[in-house]
Design a protein around this ligand. Structure first.
Ligand code: HEC
Ligand code: HEC
Ligand code: HEC
Ligand code: HEC
Ligand code: HEC
Ligand code: HEC
Ligand code: HEC
Length: 250
């Protein structure tokens, strides 16, 4: 069976036999006896997926020429000859929806993130990578740049309470959920990026002028900060937005 070449780090340019020093991984859960047939064969029946795949992050993995047979659709779905011979159908091709192992084969670091103390329940199969990442279309990351609205929608599908609408919005949420949450996994509860006020100081940092005072939003917080986190102790408990007041207490 031909090896699948994958070069993480500087991907597209390195997919060739001449540059062999990077990790070489084959997708797991293969269909026994199947061989690579190339993406063009898939597109004969899955023209819809093939068409939108052209601008997908992972289509950049495809190399030109003979070696392109090994990558593309089959980099995630495994070798497809048995599936094609059978005229399609289930059980003859890998469907990564059922296991993150396909993704971990190349994204080695992600396995670690999903083994941190607090994670999205991907290992138990309750949530899958493709709940948040579209493997076939556009940018695989639902965040950053013009994609922020996309992250809002992606997370809001399941977390309706945090999505709003709120009478008093917290502008931070518009910036994207991942400003405060390490969405794969974290050492902090609730997948937070930081367990203390530093989470908020990312944006609410203020030049201090009076010794002994800690001004945040124009108010002295020196007495408050010892009571707990900014979002506990009855302070800003409605951190995603409030129906009651702009200070997001409730
Ligand atoms: C001869 C037509 C044909 C070709 C060629 C073909 N498929 Fe399929 N494929 C099908 C049909 C039919 C189904 C079943 C659809 C259904 O049941 O909803 C299917 C289903 C699938 C599924 C879902 C399987 C599951 O268990 O959920 C995947 C993934 C898939 N194909 C990928 C591929 C890939 C990758 C290639 C190229 C290597 C390919 N197909 C080539 C016809 C084809
Ligand atoms: C980055 C990995 C990856 C690549 C590359 C990839 N797929 Fe998929 N594919 C998936 C995942 C994950 C699913 C499950 C999606 C879901 O259930 O939401 C899937 C599902 C499918 C299905 C089942 C029907 C469906 O939409 O749920 C078909 C058919 C399919 N892929 C065809 C293709 C074809 C054809 C290509 C190449 C043009 C391709 N895939 C490239 C990851 C990939
Ligand atoms: C064959 C190896 C391979 C497999 C399998 C694979 N990926 Fe990737 N993936 C890559 C490479 C290489 C890149 C970098 C592509 C680039 O930046 O052009 C990438 C990029 C990404 C990105 C975007 C990263 C960024 O910084 O923009 C996401 C998200 C992603 N993959 C998720 C997945 C998911 C989810 C799966 C499983 C359904 C998967 N990948 C399967 C190799 C793979
Ligand atoms: C709950 C939604 C969610 C799930 C589930 C999820 N991701 Fe992500 N992922 C994101 C978001 C949002 C980003 C961008 C923000 C960030 O980097 O923190 C991202 C970023 C990435 C990136 C690019 C940046 C980086 O961290 O390297 C890769 C690659 C990636 N995810 C792969 C995966 C894989 C593989 C899985 C499944 C094992 C997975 N993700 C599951 C939401 C998710
Ligand atoms: C497919 C549904 C789904 C999507 C999409 C999703 N999540 Fe989740 N999320 C879950 C589930 C399920 C849990 C685990 C809840 C539990 O264990 O009680 C969870 C847990 C969390 C938690 C921890 C909650 C706690 O009480 O510890 C946070 C924070 C979170 N998700 C944020 C996000 C963000 C941000 C995104 C978008 C990048 C996102 N989620 C996308 C389903 C989803
Ligand atoms: C300004 C930072 C910030 C942003 C942005 C943010 N969160 Fe949170 N989130 C928090 C904090 C802080 C907590 C912990 C609150 C607590 O423990 O009561 C939390 C808790 C959660 C929880 C767990 C709720 C519970 O009751 O246990 C979920 C789910 C969640 N956030 C999802 C999201 C989603 C989805 C988005 C984007 C729409 C988002 N968050 C944006 C700071 C943020
Ligand atoms: C991504 C940047 C960002 C982060 C992170 C952030 N905020 Fe905000 N927050 C804003 C912006 C922008 C506003 C609206 C302008 C303003 O009032 O400063 C705002 C407004 C507020 C307000 C309303 C002020 C008022 O009375 O109108 C409160 C309270 C608040 N944030 C608390 C927090 C807390 C607590 C955290 C940490 C859990 C936090 N913020 C994290 C950007 C952020």
């Amino acid at each position: 069976m031909p090896a699948l070449l994958v070069a993480l780090g500087a991907p597209a340019a390195l997919i060739s036999c001449a540059t062999f020093q990077h990790a070489i991984v084959a997708p797991p859960h293969e269909i026994p006896g199947a061989e690579f047939v190339g993406s063009a064969a898939c597109e004969e029946c899955h023209a819809d997926v093939g068409a939108k795949f052209k601008n997908a992050t992972h289509s950049r993995l495809q190399a030109k020429g003979e070696k392109a047979k090994n990558i593309g659709c089959e980099s995630c779905h495994g070798p497809g000859s048995k599936h094609v011979e059978a005229g399609g159908g289930r059980g003859t091709i890998v469907n990564p929806r059922r296991s993150a192992e396909v993704c971990f084969a190349c994204h080695l670091d992600k396995r670690g993130e999903f083994n941190l103390p607090y994670t999205h329940p991907v290992m138990s199969g309750k949530v899958t990578c493709n709940d948040c990442h579209d493997p076939h279309k556009g940018n695989a990351v639902p965040a950053g740049g013009t994609q922020m609205a996309t992250e809002f929608d992606t997370c809001g599908k399941c977390h309706v309470a945090q999505r709003g609408p709120f009478a008093f919005e917290h502008e931070a949420v518009r910036e994207g959920c991942s400003t405060c949450h390490a969405v794969h996994g974290s050492v902090n509860e609730k997948l937070l990026k930081s367990r203390n006020a530093n989470l908020c100081f990312q944006c609410h940092f203020q030049q201090q002028t009076v010794p002994g005072q800690i001004l945040i939003g124009g108010r002295d917080h020196s007495g408050f900060l010892s009571r707990g986190t900014c979002w506990s102790a009855g302070c800003h408990e409605a951190i995603h937005g409030s129906q009651i007041g702009s200070s997001m207490r409730f």
